[in-house]
Design a protein around this ligand. Structure first.
Ligand code: GMT
Length: 377
């Protein structure tokens, strides 16, 4: 198949999923064309089956906002025509699904029938998409896609609740490519460079937006380290960085935290983790939690959105109400204080992650592609 993938090229989960999907398809012989404004950060697989088409937006003094959708839909038309693409798979509705609809209409005029698959990822529905300023256009572009998928059952229900949807929504969970995860104790996993043997290593990875509640991470970690020796690895950059640094200093735990910034190697960082914290306000799926579990790391999360579809209460970790810092700290200590229990949770986390392996999930996307193509011409 010849597929165009449109996504955000940044460290956010939707871009990561789109990039991993494109690389997996290319490895299996499909021709994949990424169309976005920058090379996706996780795009590290070199193959003649992968192409990258940069979308340029011309600056002009009249524009208060640069018209990205216009440049994107023009680029989609150009790439579909030049490379005979059959499918445009757009990740994150805003503005990608809308731009794809426009591209599809322009291509129709040229008797080209490209199929549009839209994958909804979370905040494009829950936080931003349903805002009155965007709702009409988001609803229209979902209903006019040839196929629609969501990354969790919870996000499907949110979409049906917040919009008037006429299309069938297919739930296709996010996935993990286990080939990218080093063996525990392998040479790539140098735990001793991070912490002393007696210290537990706790990790949080996110783009530090308020929705991730990274401030809660610091508060939970503070309670943990009062009881047991521990280090916190904080991976990611974002608007809450200053707040959490300030809080860590106020609590006098700054020296127990490693601020690692953005990383392309989360798989390698996670191999020394004993526990992963994800106290998000909302999370359609929680790819970061799944990545942690794939590296044998139990998860302490909230019970928001799709997290219960990933993290299993009392088995792979624990789930609490948003903001219940005391309970999250208690559950963390319950896992961390007993070595045998910790090892059981680690094994369970890995086993649960295996349900979301690339091999298990990829066929669902291929089915969606096959079905939309069946309706063709
Ligand atoms: O929240 C993020 O970190 C970024 C955001 C995105 O779209 O880039 O993530 C959303 O999509 C991820 C991949 O499907 C999901 O795992 C995240 O749960 C979801 N984030 C939220 O719903 C807040």
């Amino acid at each position: 198949m010849k597929i165009g993938i449109v996504c955000y090229p940044t460290f956010g989960g939707s871009g990561v999923v789109a990039t991993e999907l494109g690389m997996a398809l290319a490895q299996r012989g499909h021709q994949v064309h990424f169309i976005t404004y920058k090379q996706p950060v996780r795009l590290d697989f070199i193959s003649n089956q992968i192409h990258f088409h940069e979308v340029f937006v011309e600056e002009y003094s009249l524009f208060h906002f640069q018209p990205y959708e216009l440049a994107l839909s023009s680029k989609m038309v150009e790439v579909v025509e030049e490379f005979d693409l059959e499918i445009l798979h757009v990740h994150y509705a805003i503005p990608h699904a809308y731009a794809a609809y426009m591209a599809k209409q322009m291509l129709k005029e040229k008797n080209i029938d490209v199929k549009v698959v839209t994958t909804l990822h979370g905040t494009d529905i829950t936080l931003v998409g349903s805002h009155p300023n965007y709702r009409t256009a988001v609803e229209f572009s979902i209903n006019n896609s040839d196929a629609v998928t969501t990354v969790s059952e919870s996000l499907k229900q949110d979409t049906l609740r917040l919009f008037s949807i006429k299309k069938e929504i297919h739930v296709i969970h996010n996935f993990i490519d286990f080939n990218q995860y080093p063996e525990i104790n392998s040479e790539e996993c140098l735990r001793h460079t991070i912490a002393k043997p007696e210290e537990r290593i706790i990790t949080h990875i996110s783009n530090l937006r308020p929705v991730k509640r990274a401030v809660d991470v610091i508060k939970i970690f503070d309670k943990i380290q009062q009881k047991i020796p521990a280090k916190l690895l904080l991976v990611g950059e974002g608007p809450d960085k200053e707040n959490i640094e300030g809080l860590a200093k106020d609590l006098d735990i700054f020296d127990k935290i490693l601020f690692l910034g953005n990383s392309n190697d989360v798989n390698k960082l996670l191999c020394y983790s004993d526990l992963f914290l994800l106290p998000s306000e909302t999370e359609s799926f929680g790819l970061a939690a799944l990545e942690a579990m794939a590296a044998r790391t139990p998860v302490i999360s909230t019970n928001a959105g799709g997290l219960p579809e990933v993290n299993v209460q009392g088995v792979t970790g624990f789930l609490s109400d948003v903001g219940n810092i005391d309970e999250m700290a208690q559950n963390s200590l319950f896992i961390l204080e007993d070595e045998e229990r910790l090892q059981n949770f680690k094994t369970n986390a890995l086993n649960q992650a295996k349900n979301f392996s690339l091999q298990n999930i990829l066929p669902s996307y291929k089915n969606v592609y096959r079905n939309v193509k069946k309706d063709c011409c």
